[in-house]
Ligand binder design. Structure first.
Ligand SMILES: [Zn+2]
Length: 491
């Protein structure tokens, strides 16, 4: 296929009129190209698809449900440890599609889905989610979420406020062993990794403080053996920073370093509460981070020191995070916010993060976090043809002064016309081509409503746990942990 005469965004951020020839899912040629099967792009700006490197499709039925809860209290409801109803494969499939529809229509072509099924992730639940990605044509790195520690040993809650009856319920909830978790990853990897070029499987140890050292070591070894990516929530909140000192007598990054866990295949989700030494250790290790600022805003987590990390060569990609904590999955919203936010953190404007930096985070560094830095994230010969065609005859691009700035600042996600993944058109005229979007949304409304209603026993257990976690939270946020990240400035 040849995309004819589009205004094509170049890797250097400029744009020029070009034809793009696509062969076997890749960009085969750029320039003036003759041929039969063409897609006229005269009125289109052609850009690489954005890459969302952190979300949780398992939260998709919880959109718009919560507000004004810090992470640890929000988790009680979004990831209920007691009485969560297990979803059927159809519920999981439709739920996953709700995210795919939103992301594809807003110009995001690839996603890291950190799947954490409550109460239990199984090969069948993962298969239902992956079937959705396969059917709509979106590219996905699906990381299997797991943990092996009992809840009250992962978060320093106030045990005095945990009733014996609640503690018994938690103790009676079965936990997977480290080997069982890796066995699950292994089963899913064998079945799905590399299927159809667009699906990859990765490891998702939930967070260092939620995993035993043995679980972390097994994860790093397994990922190295099979060349897989690892995503792990790290230092998202002040409570977690405090947890590191309490559990390990050092920062959580120092703990990961001492376990030899950090490597270029690791992406640390959030990475808000880092010390200077943590940033040194990350820079040495080659690990990257994912910046989920809108979720960090909503949960009051703080501001990740992104300019400092980028200046040290640490690749920082972008994510929406899940629908329970953002609650939209529009990567262009994230892109604009990241290009603006960090300007407020220091007066030295020469060091501000700008539109080209934000763009690089959403594309090139996103590809790296997916494990595809060689062939994704730019429009260049040899790269995968994951492309978004925007309507140039629209408000965001009128008048057209600077295509890159207007992509970043003018919120063009509502004028996405055509989307290609692996060279295949998956959105045309703003509608998904491979699935019936309206029917899926109708089913999603029904299943989502029923699932939220059915979660009431889980929410009730969350309310019972609330006082003990709230007390632990208040204690933790009052502690000195060596870094102050609500303002973004160290003290
Ligand atoms: Zn997350």
């Amino acid at each position: 296929m040849i995309i004819k005469n589009g205004l094509v965004l170049q890797p250097d951020g400029t744009a020029r009129r070009q034809d793009i020839r696509i062969e076997d899912g890749r960009i085969a040629d750029l320039g003036t190209i003759e041929g039969d099967e063409t897609l006229d792009a005269t009125d289109r700006l052609v850009a690489p698809g954005l890459i969302n490197t952190h979300c949780h499709s398992n939260e998709n039925y919880f959109k718009g449900l919560f507000d004004n809860l810090p992470l640890e209290l929000w988790l009680l409801f979004s990831y209920p440890i007691l009485a969560a109803p297990q979803q059927t494969p159809r519920e999981i499939y439709v739920r996953t599609m709700l995210g795919c529809i939103e992301m594809l229509k807003t110009g995001c072509t690839a996603v890291v889905d950190f799947l954490y099924e409550m109460p239990d992730t199984t090969p069948d639940s993962v298969a239902a989610a992956l079937q959705a990605y396969q059917d709509c044509g979106m590219r996905v790195l699906l990381t299997i979420g797991y943990a092996d520690k009992v809840y009250y040993e992962t978060t320093p809650l106030s045990m005095d406020l945990l009733t014996p009856q609640l503690k018994r319920r938690i103790d009676d909830t079965p936990l997977n062993s480290p080997d069982e978790n890796i066995a699950l990853v292994d089963e899913v990897r064998r079945r799905w990794h590399g299927v159809g070029e667009r699906i990859a499987i990765g490891l998702g140890p939930s967070g260092p403080q939620r995993c035993s050292d043995r679980q972390l070591e097994l994860s790093a070894d397994y990922a190295a053996e099979h060349d897989l990516q690892i995503h792990i929530h790290t230092l998202e909140t002040k409570m977690q920073a405090y947890t590191g000192h309490l559990y390990y007598g050092k920062t959580i990054i120092e703990h990961l370093h001492d376990l030899d866990f950090l490597s270029p295949r690791v992406s640390l989700n959030h990475a808000v509460w880092l010390t200077e030494r943590d940033i040194d250790l990350l820079a040495q290790s080659g690990a990257g981070t994912t910046h989920n600022l809108l979720s960090n805003f909503k949960l009051g987590s703080g501001i990740s020191p992104v300019p400092e990390m980028l200046a040290r060569g640490i690749p920082v990609s972008l994510g929406t995070d899940g629908k329970s904590s953002n609650d939209s999955q529009d990567m262009y919203e994230v892109l604009k916010a990241v290009a603006l936010l960090h300007k407020t953190q220091q007066p030295e404007f020469e060091r501000w993060l700008g539109a080209p930096d934000a763009w690089r985070m959403a594309t090139e560094f996103g590809a790296r976090s997916l494990g595809m830095s060689e062939n994704l994230g730019h429009i260049a010969v040899g790269e995968r043809a994951d492309l978004v065609l925007f309507d140039l005859n629209s408000v965001p691009f009128t008048p057209l002064n600077n295509p890159l700035h207007q992509l970043v600042y003018c919120l063009p996600s509502h004028v996405v016309h055509t989307v290609l993944v692996e060279g295949e058109v998956v959105v045309r005229g703003g509608k998904l081509t491979r699935v019936n979007e309206d029917a899926l949304l109708a089913e999603g409304r029904e299943l989502g409503r029923a699932y939220v209603d059915g979660s009431e026993p889980a929410f009730s257990a969350a309310r019972d746990l609330f006082p003990s976690v709230a007390a632990g939270y208040r204690h933790a946020v009052a502690q000195q942990v060596g870094v102050h990240r609500y303002s973004g400035r160290e003290t």
